[in-house]
Design a protein. Sequence first.
Lengths: 269, 273
Amino acid sequence: MLNRLFVQCAQCQTTHYIQFFKSAHYVCSRCGHHARLDPPHWIRQLCDRGTFHSLFTNLKSLDPLDFPQYREKLDAAVQKASGWEAVVTGHAEIGGVKAALAIMDPGFIMASMGSVVGEKIARLLEYAAGHRLPVVMVISSGGARMQEGILSLMQMAKTAAAVRLLHGKRQPLVTVLSDPTTGGVTASFAMLGDVSIAETGALIGFAGPRVIQQTIGQKLPPGFQTAEFLLEKGMLDIVVARRNLRATLISVLKIHQSRPYPVRGSGNE
Amino acid sequence: MKSAMDVVRLARHPKRPTSRDFIDYLLRDFVELHGDRRFADDPAIIGGIGFFDSIAVTILGHQKGRNVKENIRRHFGMAHPEGYRKALRLMKQAERFGRPVITLIDTPGAYPGIGAEERGQAEAIATNLYEMSGLRVPIIALVTGEGGSGGALGIGVADRVFMLANAIYSVISPEGCASILWKDAAKAPAAAEALRLRAVDLKELEVIDGIIAEPGEGAHEHPGETMGHARKAIASALNELLVLDAEILVQRRYDKFRRMGVFSLDDGFSGLI
Ligand SMILES: [Zn+2]
């Protein structure tokens, strides 16, 4: 959608010349809406030029439950996406700091978490623990991949457990929650960041707003489940505009680079 | 063989034994403990301490009501963040005093509401997954009725996971799945089949360790016999787990969940990243 000459803001429908939109980090100059980005765009936004190297690209989804229309959905997603699944994993330098990186792709079945997403996240965390690297995750997700049934649910346990390994090596998980981050991804690795950053205006929650509205039968308060709402409720560390995201990440990563006080048995002596 | 939707109905049967029934059957000298020490006591999660045979244990689970009035008070077993935090408090307490933990899973899901979101439903569940994966005492989970999504898993990261024969465990309710997939909640029976949410399915998918038999029409007709089978399964699991060193226990628990998932490794990838 970003390969044309003009692009429309998904929120206020203002038309932007693509070059200007790009130089504004894909943020609407009129309403401030942050457009959803695919992994290649995120890599250009955040990483030092030419430093990104992908990992675990050969993992491919199967259809373990023989679920209606899942194969077709996967095939269609692979056609238009930049990888084989809803998360791209690798390592890169950000402001000269080497980090392991995961970027979810909202264009791939709403970046829902099935076996491959869970496996790539777990492998990345294990890789980072093994190489003593901090981890940066740019997260967006519609939740669990229901077409993989209970196997998708179990990815929550698998990814959350893998964060422990990272902490065992005293390396931080820095999360960047972008629009939208919901469901089982929020309720696992997305909410386990040592530093939790969210993009301005991002929808972040466990249950979707429609489900909540149906359950309680009343209107939701304005701004409910936005990044700003979560910050106010104490669920996030920082809400940033996209133009400041890279600088914020660099500061956080640099601070975590300092040699830790050698607590015995920390695994970092 | 029963259809998946038949099993869903049995799993939700109003006369099915609740967590409190299991606790009263399984434990001697049960002392109920309350509250998360942060916000409130969630009536959708019940927990406490007692003796299982001669072993001091911590037990906790989702608590549905036995009638409409109690169900409303207990939010139909749908926990708020304070419920998950209460569960975690009891589990950390168990770890401190070296007690094994038994969890009883029976919930349609975590409560979807304004307060639940404000107080960090996702954070509460995520933290439980994280902490349970490293808890240095044995954990045994028993899905007794409905294993509804993250709300179930939030107390379900265990060394042994058992399901009652007519229990279900799923990433989404069949109704929710049908309305997303086919825009029609009435197609829930087809979704229930597709989701493979019965105990036999989960055993085949290697997500659970064992199935607890329910005699005749099910646990609602034969609660004592069913809970007797559950007791045997828990006893033999405790026998196996209590002899393990904590390091090995935690490593095996990690490996158990780490293995879950189905995918292929294909070297023919030629995409950009
Ligand atoms: Zn706009």
